[in-house]
Structures are given as structure tokens and as C-alpha cells.
Design a binder for this molecule. Structure first.
Ligand SMILES: C[C@H](CCC(=O)NCCS(=O)(=O)O)[C@H]1CC[C@H]2[C@@H]3[C@H](O)C[C@@H]4C[C@H](O)CC[C@]4(C)[C@H]3C[C@H](O)[C@]12C
Length: 322
């Protein structure tokens, strides 16, 4: 399972999976040549930074942000995503190409909104061993968020007024599901059980009783939305980044709670937070909770080859008395 959010001018996600592809924080410089399957070649485009599995010099991005702050993340959408073979006369884009296709050509969600209805997502594999993955995408900039889903009845572009996305079911149902939780609150609410029975509160947080605590996709959607929309953090970079990871932390997956069989468990492999204003990509991993960062603009972006940083994932303990 995965969860993606925006918060202030930050965009990021939890990547929940049972295995890693050895993904890396990856910068695509402005002159890396993209040869898209529809024949388009782009060898001059905005630079981008994000998490990718790099294969033969090609960035298979999971999530990324370009120089203008336009940001995209792909999340699992099994049994719902529908991609079909390329068709003559359409804007055919292989599903694995969607992130670079958009980030290499557009600067804002407003622009992308007009383009998405015309895109035909195809099922072309990157390589025989890497067939297309069933995904849907959250796309954001500093002003707004949308969700792009391609299902059996076509392309859907939803406004995402809360800046949260998880996995199944489709986004319209996820949003509607929130209405069930309309009474939960971060405030200490008065006793309303019955007029003739006044109940005292045992602790703070009791008005949140009813919020789901499990790791299903629809439950994470509700928990992440509540946590994000009630978040309060000092308006300073370091506090906002810290708060961002706390919001994602409310829905992260500890090893053991979502078992896939044998010794396989879905865990939050990494959590990311990209500053859409500066292009700094912050992350931490399952075993190393130190927040590491890679700065897009600390690199020479007028080059042609990918720049990649291995994730720091070893547990490290910072002793204070030895
Ligand atoms: C599985 C990942 C999403 C995690 C997620 O949403 N899990 C939810 C599980 S559940 O439904 O709720 O059970 C997705 C996100 C990005 C995907 C990767 C990217 O799309 C890049 C390539 C694309 C290739 O076609 C397949 C390998 C791959 C390297 C993908 C593997 C996998 O599908 C990834 C890593």
C-alpha cells in the first residue's frame, strides 16, 4: 500500500511494498535524451528529481518533481487500471513513461489537466522482465492536486481538494467515504452520549475515536486526510518537513501487520517529501529514520546522464554518552 500527500509546498509519499528494486534518489538533468515509444524524442527539458529504479540509464520513476515544482507519484491500482495497445492517431504513452512525459513538457497542474484526457496509456513494457504496473497517479503543484485514473470506462481526472491519495478503490469513492467520519474531531468534544448520562473524558484524542487504525487503503486515506487537515506546525522549513513525515508516519506500515505469505510483509520502504519550491528531496527509510536530503540545484543540470544517490538504509544509533 502506499500513501501520497501534499502539505504546504511539499509533495511526498510512503512507498509500501514487500521488496525493494534498489531504487535511488535520481536526478534527470536537462539534456538526458528521452526516446518515447510514440517516437517523440525530447533531449532538452526541465530537470527532475525523485525516486526511481534506474535501468540501463533510464529513470523508472515512482515519484518525481520537476524544476517548476510539478510533481507526480504512481501508486498501485490493481484490478482497476486498464492500459491497452497503442492506437493510430492518439497520444500513446506507455504507463512507465507517464512521469517523464509530463514532467519533461509541463510546468503546472492547470496545463496537465488539459492534456490528460487526450492521453492514451498503453501497456507497452519497459522490458520483458518489467511488465507495466497497474497504477494511478497523484499530480500536484504548489496550488492544487489532481488524481489521474484510467479504468475500463476511460480516463478520469479528479480534483483532489484534500491533497491525499492511497490505492483502491477509485478516487471518487475514497472521497465519498470520508462522509462516514464527518463527526470525528481533533477537539475535546462534550459528552453527547445521552442527555441523562454525562461521561467524563479519560484522555485527549477521544473525539478521534471512530477513525480507522488498520492499514487498508481506504482506512489510510481517512487517517492521512484527518492527520493532514488537522496538522499544526510552525511555518519554518525544518518544522514543516518534520511535520510532513509525521503525517506520513500516521499511516506507515510496520513489518508484520500486512502479511503477504511466508516471510513476506508489506512495509514502508521509504517515505519522501519533496520541496516543490526548491527541488530538495528529503527521505527516510524503514531502518534509518534520519532524514536525508538531495538537492536538485546542487548538481550541474546541463548534462546528459542520470545522477543517482543510493538510499541510506542501515540503522544508525546516535549515542549521547559514548
Ligand atoms: C508497487 C509500487 C506502488 C506501491 C503501492 O502502491 N503499494 C500498494 C499495495 S496495495 O495495492 O495497496 O496492496 C509501484 C510504484 C511505482 C512502481 C514502479 C514504477 O512504475 C517504475 C517501474 C515500471 C515497470 O513497468 C515495472 C517496475 C517499476 C519499477 C514499478 C514497480 C512497482 O509497480 C512500483 C514500485
Amino acid at each position: 500500500m502506499c500513501t501520497c500527500i501534499t502539505y504546504h509546498h511539499y509533495f511526498g509519499r510512503n512507498l509500501d511494498l514487500d521488496h525493494s528494486y534498489q531504487e535511488e534518489v535520481t536526478i534527470t538533468p536537462r539534456h538526458l535524451s528521452f526516446h518515447f515509444r510514440n517516437g517523440t524524442v525530447l533531449d532538452h527539458h526541465p530537470a527532475m528529481i525523485g525516486m526511481a529504479y534506474n535501468c540501463d540509464g533510464y529513470p523508472l520513476y515512482y515519484d518525481a518533481t520537476n524544476e517548476y515544482g510539478l510533481s507526480i507519484a504512481g501508486l498501485n491500482f490493481p484490478n482497476n487500471a486498464v492500459y491497452t495497445p497503442a492506437e493510430e492517431g492518439r497520444i500513446n504513452v506507455a504507463a512507465f513513461e507517464l512521469i517523464p512525459w509530463l514532467l519533461a513538457q509541463y510546468q503546472s497542474v492547470a496545463e496537465v489537466k488539459n492534456v490528460l484526457p487526450q492521453i492514451h496509456l498503453t501497456n507497452e513494457a519497459f522490458a520483458p522482465a518489467l511488465p507495466s504496473a497497474p497504477l494511478h497517479w497523484m499530480i500536484a503543484d504548489q496550488n492544487e492536486s489532481i488524481v489521474f485514473e484510467v479504468t475500463k470506462d476511460g480516463n478520469h481526472v479528479y480534483d483532489d481538494p484534500i491533497g491525499v491519495m492511497t490505492n483502491n478503490p477509485t478516487f471518487d469513492i475514497q472521497l465519498w467515504n470520508l462522509t462516514k467520519y464527518r463527526s470525528v474531531s481533533s477537539e475535546q468534544a462534550p459528552s453527547t452520549f445521552a442527555t441523562q448520562l454525562q461521561l467524563d473524558a479519560d484522555s485527549l484524542g477521544m473525539s478521534g475515536i471512530g477513525l480507522p487504525g488498520d492499514w487498508s487503503s481506504s482506512s489510510r486515506f481517512v487517517k492521512a486526510a484527518f492527520t493532514k487537515l488537522n496538522s499544526a506546525a510552525p511555518d519554518q522549513e525544518n518544522h514543516l518537513v518534520s511535520q510532513f513525515f509525521h503525517i506520513l508516519g500516521a499511516v506507515e506500515q510496520p513489518r508484520g501487520c500486512s502479511r503477504l505469505g511466508d516471510d513476506k510483509y508489506e512495509i514502508t520502504i521509504y517515505s519522501s517529501c519533496c520541496d516543490m519550491e526548491t527541488g530538495i528531496y528529503y527521505y527516510h527509510t524503514y531502518d534509518n529514520s534520519t532524514i536525508h536530503a538531495v538537492d536538485l540545484h546542487a548538481e550541474d543540470l546541463n548534462t546528459e546522464k542520470l545522477i543517482a544517490y543510493r538510499l541510506v538504509d542501515e540503522p544508525v544509533f546516535d549515542f549521547q554518552n559514548r
